[in-house]
Design a protein around this ligand. Structure first.
Ligand code: FDA
Length: 533
C-alpha cells in the first residue's frame, strides 16, 4: 500500500511545476491579490512569496515537522502566502479560487503526513504563523481565551499561566503543535479523562469561507460550527481563531513514571492497565509506551507508564495500591508540582524546578525527524497470551512503538455525534509510532515496514468495520487501497475510518458550504456527487 503511495508521489515529481509556470502563477496571483486588498508593494513582498524570494525556503521549512517531506525532491508550493491580517486570508482564498489553485492551510505544520505543505498537484501554502494573538479573560465565566490558529499550544498554556496557576486548557502535551490543526481535528492531552477533548471546550470561532467571507459562530450556522470541531481543518474554510473555555485545576498536581522490564512483570502490568486506566478516577491519566529494544540497550520490550493525577501524591498512591497493585507505585515515584510544571515534565524535563515556563514559547523552527504514525482504537481488553505475542514481535523490531492512551471518564458522558469526532466510547487509543535518524528510501522502507508489522498484528484486537483512525494522527495509507475509487467513493473510505457515522453529516455540511470543493486536500471531506444533491 505504501509503495503505491510512493510511486504516486514519484510520478508526480516529474509533473511538478516548471519555474516558468510558477512565475505565471505568481504574477496572476499578485495581480488578483492587489485588486482585492489595499496592500502596498513593500508589504506584498513579505506576504506573497514567490519561489525566487530569499524567504521562500526558510519559511517553507520553518514548520515542516516530518523530515520525510523536507527533501529537495518533494513537490514545493508555487507561492507561500504569509498573511498579516484577516483581509490577506480573505484575498488568498478569493484569488486561489479564482485561479483554480489548491490552497494548503498550515498553522503549526504538525500534520504527520505533511498534508499542510506538500501535494502531488500544483498548490499554494497559506502559512498562518503570524496569526498568534492570544487574549485570556479570567472574568468571562470560569475563564476563556480567544486564540488565533497560528499560535502554538505552548503559547496558549503560557499565556494562561501568566494570569493564573489554577486555570488550564485540556489539549495536547507537545507545545509546538499548532492550534489550527489540533483543535479542528479533535485534540486531546493528559486531562482528556477529566475534561474530554479540546473541542469540547470550543465556544466560538471565526472562519473565512469559500467565498472569502468571515463568519463567527452566529453567522456560520450551527452545522458548520459542529463540523469544525473534529471534522478537521482544510475541508470547510480557514479558521482564523477559536474561543475556548478554560478549566480549573488544583494548585498541586502529581506526576509519576514507572518503567518495567519484561523480567519485572511488565506484561502483567500492561494487562491490568487495560482494566484500570480507562475506569479509574477521571482525574488520573496513565499513558503506557511500549517500545522495541533500542540499539545497545536491552533485548526485551521497554514498558514505560507516565501519569498525571489532578491531586496529591498520597491520594494517588493509596488509590493505586487498591486498584492497581501490579504497578507497585510508591510515594518516591511521584512528584508534586503545579499544572504548568506538569507540562514541562511531559516534555521530558526531569527537574522541572530548573526549567522556566518560557520554554513553552519556543517554536523550534526547522526541526524535523523522519517519522510515520498510525492509529487504532481498542474496545475490548487483550488477553495475556495476545499481549505476549505483541511483546515477542515488538522485541524483534527496531525503533517501533505503541503508545496506549486510556479513554473513559468524561469521554463516556458525551454523545458520539455531539461533535464531529466520533471515537469517544472506547477503552483506549493506540498510536503506532516509528521515528528514525537516516534519510533515504531504504531506511524509510525498513522502518515503515516495522510499523506496518505491529499495525497488522493488532488487527484482531482493534475496532472493525471500519477500522477507526484518529484524524489528528494523519495516516495517508488509509485512503490508498481504494481499488480505483475516486471523489466521493474514495472520501468515504478514509472518511468512515476517521468519522464513523458522523461522515454523512460532514458531507452534507461540506456540500452546503463549499459545493465547488475549493477547500480540499488528499483526505478532505468530499462533496456529494451531483446526482445525489
Ligand atoms: P498543520 O498546520 O500541519 O495542520 C494540520 C491539518 O489541519 C492540515 O490539513 C491543515 O490544512 C489543517 N489546518 C491547519 N490549520 C488550519 C486552519 N487555521 N484552518 C483550517 N484548517 C487548518 N494530537 C493530539 O491530539 N494530542 C497530542 O498530544 C499530539 N501531540 C503531537 C505531537 C507531535 C510532535 C506531532 C507532530 C503531532 C501531535 N499531535 C497530537 C497531532 C496534532 O494534533 C495534529 O497533527 C494537528 O493537526 C497539528 O496541527 P498543526 O496546526 O500543527 O498542523
Amino acid at each position: 500500500m505504501y509503495l503505491i503511495f510512493l510511486l504516486f508521489f514519484a510520478a508526480s515529481y516529474s509533473m511538478s511545476l516548471s519555474s516558468a509556470d510558477s512565475v505565471t502563477i505568481y504574477e496572476d496571483f499578485v495581480q488578483c491579490f492587489k485588486n482585492v486588498t489595499t496592500i502596498s508593494d513593500i508589504d506584498l513582498s513579505d506576504v506573497v512569496l514567490p519561489r525566487t524570494s530569499i524567504s521562500f525556503t526558510p519559511t517553507l521549512r520553518a514548520y515542516i515537522r516530518n523530515a520525510r517531506f523536507n527533501t529537495s525532491s518533494m513537490p514545493k508550493p508555487s507561492i507561500i502566502i504569509v498573511p498579516r491580517v484577516d483581509s490577506h486570508v480573505q484575498a488568498a482564498v478569493i484569488c486561489a479560487k479564482t485561479l483554480n489553485l489548491q490552497l494548503k492551510i498550515r498553522s503549526g505544520g504538525h500534520d504527520y503526513d505533511g498534508l499542510s505543505y506538500v501535494s502531488a498537484v500544483t498548490f499554494l501554502v497559506l502559512d498562518l504563523s503570524n496569526f498568534r494573538n492570544i487574549t485570556v479573560d479570567l472574568n468571562d465565566g470560569g475563564g476563556s481565551a480567544w486564540v488565533q490558529t497560528g499560535a502554538t499550544l505552548g503559547e496558549l498554556y503560557y499565556r494562561i499561566w501568566e494570569k493564573s496557576e489554577v486555570h488550564a486548557f485540556p489539549a495536547g502535551v507537545c507545545p509546538t503543535v499548532g492550534v489550527g490543526g489540533h483543535v479542528s481535528g479533535g485534540g486531546y492531552g493528559h486531562m482528556i479523562r477529566k475534561f474530554g477533548l479540546t473541542i469540547d471546550h470550543v465556544v466560538d470561532a471565526t472562519i473565512v469561507d469559500a467565498n472569502g467571507q468571515i463568519h463567527d459562530r452566529k453567522s456560520m450556522e450551527e452545522d458548520l460550527f459542529w463540523a469544525i470541531r473534529g471534522g478537521g481543518g482544510g475541508s470547510f474554510g480557514v479558521v482564523l481563531a477559536f474561543k475556548v473555555k478554560l478549566v480549573t485545576v488544583p494548585k498541586t498536581v502529581t506526576v509519576f513514571r514507572v518503567d518495567k522490564s519484561v523480567d519485572e512483570n511488565a506484561l502483567d502490568m500492561v494487562y491490568k492497565w487495560q482494566f484500570v486506566a480507562p475506569r479509574t478516577d477521571p482525574g488520573l491519566f496513565m499513558r503506557v509506551l511500549l517500545s522495541s529494544p533500542t540499539q545497545n540497550k536491552t533485548s526485551t520490550v521497554n514498558t514505560k507508564l507516565r501519569a498525571l493525577y489532578l491531586g496529591k501524591a498520597d491520594d494517588v498512591v493509596l488509590k493505586m495500591a487498591e486498584e492497581f497493585p501490579e504497578l507497585g507505585l510508591k510515594k518516591e515515584d511521584c512528584k508534586e508540582m503545579t499544572w504548568i510544571q506538569s507540562l514541562l515534565w511531559w516534555m521530558n524535563h526531569v527537574d522541572v524546578d530548573k526549567v522556566k515556563p518560557e520554554i513553552l514559547l519556543e517554536r523550534e523552527p526547522d526541526s524535523a525527524k523522519f517519522l510515520k504514525r498510525k492509529s487504532d482504537y481498542v474496545e475490548k481488553e487483550m488477553t495475556k497470551p495476545e499481549l505476549n505475542r505483541l511483546f515477542q514481535k515488538l522485541a524483534t523490531l527496531d525503533r517501533t512503538g505503541l503508545v496506549l492512551n486510556p479513554y473513559g471518564g468524561s469521554l463516556n458522558v458525551t454523545a458520539v455525534n455531539a461533535t464531529a469526532f466520533p471515537h469517544r466510547h472506547k477503552l483506549y487509543k493506540i498510536q503506532h509510532s516509528v521515528t528514525w535518524p537516516d534519510a533515504g528510501p531504504e531506511a524509510e522502507r525498513l522502518y515503515i515496514g516495522n510499523l506496518r508489522t505491529t499495525y497488522n498484528i493488532m488487527t484482531p484486537f482493534v475496532s472493525k468495520n471500519p477500522r477507526s483512525s484518529y484524524l489528528n494522527y494523519r495516516d495517508i495509507d488509509i485512503g490508498v487501497n481504494d481499488h480505483g475509487a475516486d471523489g466521493y467513493r474514495k472520501g468515504e473510505i478514509y472518511g468512515r475510518k476517521y468519522f464513523g457515522e458522523n461522515f454523512d453529516r460532514l458531507v452534507r455540511v461540506k456540500t452546503a458550504v463549499d459545493p465547488d470543493n475549493f477547500f480540499r486536500n488528499e483526505q478532505s471531506i468530499p462533496t456529494l456527487p451531483p446526482n445525489r444533491r
